[in-house]
Design a protein around this ligand. Structure first.
Ligand code: UDP
Length: 352
């Protein structure tokens, strides 16, 4: 039995591949390498460079490798980009998953695990959000993922496929053993941006808004270590193979940190100051998004090992340093980060 990991050369997918190999699984990766890297795929996994929307290719991989489960990460993930290119997002995330599912059904693959997102809920509040909360995605990205959840539900009902859709909160950090991490240039996610600033890849960073209805005025998110996230997938796979029903579950720690608390952590762990500036709100940001993760704990037996902000930051910083060396080794030029999104109005120095 082999597990097919789509997007296995990307950030979360490459961690999943290591997690599966560590558990003794055979793994084949399908990735078109548009944002992922060949070097990010563990050498013990077989890499097929191609598109998840290619039904013939997926069918042949399933047959050749006797695939019994697909873990589907491939897709586009930048929320503001989805606002300017909704059709691109519906194509990449929704249409191509439809094709992937067609191949899965055609080849009778029994198990499917899907990367969904907290963005299906839209603006949440300070209260942790449960899976049965109203689904009101506020971006084409969130809609593209929710449509896929629905497509999966209907396909499973019609064809006997069983699936797990995991709704990710703010995935961050890197493999504690330094084997892979978040490597895509032009990152927009807070912990990555702060680590790039701390390590000198960016001259400064911005805090998007300090006037939110939260204790310190900055947005609160539930940051989950990528290793805990992929462990939840491994448990979901075991549950499906043991005959478990289809399930949709949140993946987060059930508590959050503000933007300033995250930046404090990066200062603390890095041990040196860096330039942080206050800017206006970033369009579309909800004040707080926190998971209720009771369901994942109950159904998957999920017990996080890295629920500690400084640990997440330490692994992210470590990866940032390793990546700088890796990029030099692979002759990759680091593009100039785009810091022009909002003009700085004031400098802040958070506690270090
Ligand atoms: N954020 C920030 N500066 C940055 C990047 C992000 O202040 O350079 C804030 C962003 O406005 C949000 C939080 O950090 O309130 C988390 O943003 P991120 O893009 O990491 O994840 P999101 O929750 O938007 O998916």
């Amino acid at each position: 039995m082999t597990v097919l990991v789509t997007g296995g050369a990307g950030y979360i997918g490459s961690h999943m591949v290591w997690e599966l190999l560590d558990a003794g699984e055979d793994v084949v990766v399908l990735d078109r390498l548009s944002t992922g890297f060949e070097w990010a795929v563990a050498p013990e996994a077989k890499l097929v460079v191609g598109d998840v929307g290619d039904i013939g290719l997926v069918s042949s991989i399933v047959r050749k490798h006797k695939v019994d489960a697909v873990i589907h990460f491939a897709g586009s993930i930048v929320v503001p980009e989805s606002v300017t290119d909704p059709l691109g997002y519906y194509e990449n995330n929704t249409s191509k998953t439809r094709s992937l599912l067609e191949a899965v059904v055609r080849e009778n693959v029994p198990h499917f695990i899907f990367s969904s997102t907290a963005a299906v809920y839209g603006g949440a509040g300070l209260e942790p959000v449960r899976e049965d909360a109203p689904l009101k995605p506020e971006s084409p990205y969130g809609v593209s993922k929710l449509m896929t959840e629905w497509m999966l539900r209907d396909t499973a009902a019609a064809h006997g496929l069983r699936y797990t859709a995991l709704r990710y909160f703010n995935v961050s950090g890197a493999d504690p053993r330094g084997r892979t991490g978040q490597s895509t240039p032009g990152a927009t996610h807070l912990i990555k941006v702060a680590c790039e600033t701390a390590t000198g890849k960016r001259p400064w960073m911005q805090v998007y808004g300090t006037d939110y209805p939260t204790p310190d005025g900055t947005c609160i998110r539930d940051y989950i270590h990528v290793s805990d996230l992929v462990a939840a997938h491994r448990l979901a796979l075991a549950r499906l193979r043991a005959g478990g029903d289809s399930l949709t579950a949140n993946c987060g720690y059930s508590h959050g940190y503000s933007v300033l608390e995250v930046i404090d952590s990066v200062h603390r762990v890095h041990g040196a100051d860096f330039d942080v500036r206050i800017a206006g709100r970033r369009p579309g940001d909800a004040p707080a998004v926190i998971a209720n993760s009771d369901l994942a704990r109950q159904e998957l037996g999920w017990r996080p090992n890295y629920d500690d902000l400084d640990r997440i930051v330490a692994d992210a910083l470590n990866w940032e340093r390793l990546l700088a060396r890796k990029n030099v080794a692979h002759g990759i030029q680091t593009p100039e980060p785009d810091n022009r999104l909002a003009l700085p109005v004031k400098r802040v120095r958070t506690k270090s």
